[in-house]
Structure formats: structure tokens, C-alpha cells
Design a protein around this ligand. Sequence first.
Ligand SMILES: CC(C)(COP(=O)(O)OP(=O)(O)OC[C@H]1O[C@@H](n2cnc3c(N)ncnc32)[C@H](O)[C@@H]1OP(=O)(O)O)[C@@H](O)C(=O)NCCC(=O)NCCS
Length: 235
Amino acid sequence: MTRWLARGEASLPDGQRWLSPAEAARAAALAYPKRRTEYLLRRLAAKHAAAAVTGRSAEPAALAGVQVLNAPDGAPYVLIDGVAAGFDVSVADRAGWAVCVVGRGVGCDLELVEPRSPAFVRDFLTGAEQRFAAGSDAAANLIWSAKESALKVLRTGLRRDTRSVEVTAGASGADGWGALTVRVTEGSPMTGWWRREGAFVFTVVTAEPDVAPICLDQRDVLATAAPQHSWLSPR
Ligand SMILES: CC(C)(COP(=O)(O)OP(=O)(O)OC[C@H]1O[C@@H](n2cnc3c(N)ncnc32)[C@H](O)[C@@H]1OP(=O)(O)O)[C@@H](O)C(=O)NCCC(=O)NCCS
């Protein structure tokens, strides 16, 4: 079962007591404040999620023992008191908000529902996806977000042609979740879920079929979240 939570920039703790030395060093190496803040926000969401699923305190000293590190390909992994956590995480941020999902073989992404240029849609979406997204910012961002989630499960990110995974999205249900299917050129399809949360669209893709993700806390926090428009830049 996949679980998730969101955290906003306003929740970032003061100081560095909640970071491990390796995380603090990585943050310090990020020269641009925007990049550093995004990195820290993703750490905060992932540490809170890992603490929640393991019953650990979210006090700064306890969070420092939950390390969210990166494999050479960029994919995140968690050590708890130096030991592999035994679950996978995926993190994403957009406009001052970060999400983390916890599960097995998971990828997630968060996007604003915002205009995408015709060139973006033409270059990065397949023909079928372009038809689905035609005239709808919500649909275009949903497709793009699900692609990013899928490319995180595959651990390639955007090193891979984004048209080599093709997303099909169903309508959302009473619980707000809609089902996703992601066809992968060379392998078995993956499945996932999407939901609209206020200004955002949030997607989760898993290597194996799974029930809709469970929110760990603060349901609706993203639905009412104000995007930090200072962060609005093309990505
Ligand atoms: C994975 C990727 C699509 C993320 O997109 P993004 O819009 O930049 O950022 P998001 O907020 O959605 O996600 C960021 C998180 O993706 C995760 N991620 C990065 N590479 C990943 C990979 N290969 N597999 C799975 N997850 C990955 C990381 O956890 C990262 O957060 P962290 O560095 O704080 O741990 C993008 O970073 C990418 O394509 N990376 C691979 C190519 C690459 O390394 N390029 C060099 C930088 S230009």
C-alpha cells in the first residue's frame, strides 16, 4: 500500500538540527537559494513520511536519524539510524510545496495546473496523449506529471524519451482519485493514480498494481495550498 503526505515551505524548521551531516553538506553545496530550499523541502516531506510510517518522532533530532540520500542515478533512498529503511520513497516539489510517497517501486510528481506551450505538448507527449490533452491545461499537466512519476519508477528521469511511456488517465472517482495506466515501450505496463488538489495535480505510479494511495496526515492540505508564485519558473 502506498502512502503519501505534503509539506509546504512554511513548515521548514529553522537551523540544521533535523539534517544529517551528509544532507547538510549537500544543501550547502547548492549555490542557488531556490534549489537549496527545494532540496530541503523534499527532505522535510520525505523525513516526515518515513517518520510517520515507522512511528518515529518528528522532532529535529529524530529526523536527523532519518536520512534521505540519493543513489548515483538520482533516485532517493532512506536510511533510518544508518540502516536501509525497507521501503521506497519518491519525492517531488512544485511552487513551494513538496510531496513524498512511501511504498515499493514508487514514483510521484507534483505539478501546477498551468498553461503548457504547443511546442511542449508536441515535443514531449505522444499523439494519443496530445489528443487527450487538447485544449485542457489540467489534462496536459496530468499527463506530464504521470510521465515524470513513471520515469522515476524506471529510475531514468528525463534521460529517457518522454514519448517512450504513454499515459492513459481515467476520470476521478468520489474519493478524488483517478486511475492511470502507463504503457512502456519495452516492458509491462505500470499503473497509478492521479488527483486534482486545488491548483495542483498529483500523480503516483507503481511498478506493481496498487490500491489508491492513503494520505498519512493533513488531508486536503494541498487542496487549499497557495502556490508560492515566486517559484513560478519554467521547468
Ligand atoms: C527525475 C527528474 C525527472 C525530476 O524532475 P524535477 O522536476 O527536476 O524534480 P522533482 O521535484 O519532480 O523531483 C526531484 C526528485 O526526483 C528524484 N529523482 C532524481 N533522479 C531520479 C531517478 N533517476 N529516479 C527516480 N527519482 C529520481 C530525486 O529524489 C529528486 O529529489 P532529491 O534530489 O531532493 O532527492 C529529473 O531530475 C531528471 O530527469 N533527472 C535525471 C536526469 C538528470 O540527472 N539530469 C541532470 C540534471 S539536469
